[in-house]
Design a protein around this ligand. Structure first.
Ligand SMILES: Cc1cc2nc3c(=O)[nH]c(=O)nc-3n(C[C@H](O)[C@H](O)[C@H](O)COP(=O)(O)OP(=O)(O)OC[C@H]3O[C@@H](n4cnc5c(N)ncnc54)[C@H](O)[C@@H]3O)c2cc1C
Length: 380
């Protein structure tokens, strides 16, 4: 029997994961990438149990995580330098920070090894529900399934007649990998809060720590590119040793939320940020995206395409939407908290986490196992 064919627009983490998983399931896969080379930025990527299980399932874990240090606790620390909350990790509930370049290159290697063809310098401009994709020189290609994995500003999404909301949020971030020194903590990630600014610092490999600095988009000093170290030192004087080590950072002036009425139209589907972009407050945008990619591949290998698309969206949409909601709540607690109430913020957050089982709700994505065919508990 002839192989089914998928054309995926976008060789980011979602497109490469889907391409690998489909090629491993005997699909003929072509991945079209607009950049001239395959690349990721020089930052770290939080990955939780859900994302790590995906990497294991498609045989990428060993390569992507070869240098990674697993983290025992993620501590939230307030402006008085007091602990607000500490999330603990175990061998069954893992958490680490992978250099983005490492996970991206491991995925690209796995996709090609499984037989997927990755073509660079090709910009997709549109697709339709019949399974036809058009690229920038006007040529069209047909496949059993077209997938838009082309990120927040997805051209594939914009060309489909799907009702969508693209929300630009008043928060942004700087991110960098910094060299590690002997005095750095081992096995502990920290997020420090000060007003509406936050700094996260986590071990990544024995060479690097990952640092992100997040604040309101209107905080021009905070988001200036290159980084204004004095501005950040004024909020976090005790973090001088890490702030001083930032040599180069990537700046995102705004985050986005993407909401779609449907994740597919006929024979064209959307995955990853193109379908459910979110603020990175829970560090789950990529985790949910690669889980969704694996879920889609599993469904497509077990069912006809229409049924597979329906099942996939029924399973993954609640995970993505709940994660978006909790990411928004987390972000708002940091950036929209009224200034005159900063003095009670830590107590309110502590109480909320104790009384409402909020940590459980915030970790819906981390607890979801792609491929289990189950809508996780807590998403209804
Ligand atoms: C500041 C920040 C920190 C984050 N931290 C984390 C974290 O710690 N953990 C986590 O899980 N998530 C995190 N995220 C979210 C995560 O980065 C995204 O969810 C993830 O990268 C989405 O992957 P993607 O493949 O869907 O999209 P993208 O990474 O955007 O990839 C899209 C790909 O498609 C290509 N492309 C675009 N348009 C076209 C076109 N027309 N034709 C062909 N190719 C095209 C692009 O060049 C790119 O290669 C963070 C996001 C931000 C902004």
């Amino acid at each position: 029997m002839a192989k089914k064919k998928a054309i995926i627009a976008g060789a980011g983490l979602s497109g490469l994961t889907l391409g690998t998983a489909l090629a491993q399931r005997e699909w003929d896969v072509q991945i079209l990438e607009r950049s001239s080379e395959l690349r990721e930025i020089g930052a770290g990527l939080y990955l939780w149990e859900n994302g790590l299980k995906v990497l294991e399932s498609i045989d990428v874990f060993d390569e992507a995580c070869k240098d990674v240090e697993f983290i025992n606790s993620l501590d939230m620390i307030d402006e008085k330098r007091e602990m607000v909350h500490s999330t603990k990790f175990t061998a069954e509930n893992r958490f680490c920070v992978i250099p983005r370049k490492d996970i991206h290159s491991a995925l690209a290697r796995a996709a090609e090894e499984a037989g997927a063809r990755i073509e660079t310098n090709i910009r997709a401009v549109s697709a339709d529900s019949s399974g036809t994709i058009t690229i920038d020189n006007g040529k069209t290609f047909k496949a059993d399934l077209i997938v838009g994995a082309d990120g927040i500003y997805s051209k594939i999404r914009d060309s489909l007649n799907i009702k969508s909301t693209i929300e630009k949020v008043n928060n942004g971030a700087l991110r960098a990998l910094i060299p590690r020194i002997d005095a750095d903590e081992v096995g502990i990630a920290m997020e420090y809060w000060s007003g509406y600014r936050r700094i996260g610092i986590a071990p990544s490999t024995d060479q690097f720590r990952y640092i992100y600095l997040t604040t309101r988009s209107e905080d021009k000093e905070g988001l200036s590119d290159p980084i204004n170290k004095e501005a950040w030192l004024s909020s976090f004087p005790h973090l001088e040793s890490v702030i001083k080590r930032i040599n180069f950072s990537r700046a995102d002036q705004h985050f986005h939320y993407i909401y779609l009425k449907s994740w597919s139209a006929g024979r064209t589907a959307l995955i990853g940020d193109a379908a459910h972009g979110m603020e990175p407050n829970l560090g789950q945008g990529a985790g949910v995206s690669i889980s969704s990619a694996l879920e889609l591949a599993n469904q497509l290998s077990n069912f006809d395409i229409d049924t597979a698309l329906q099942n996939w969206e029924a399973i993954m949409r609640p995970v993505a939407e709940k994660t978006q909601i909790w990411s928004r709540i987390y972000g708002a607690s940091a950036s929209n908290w009224p200034k005159e109430l900063y003095n009670i913020r830590s107590e309110v957050i502590k109480k909320a986490i104790e009384s409402e089982n909020i940590e459980y709700m915030m970790s819906i994505a981390a607890r979801h196992v792609a491929g289990s065919n189950e809508v996780p508990v807590g998403t209804s």
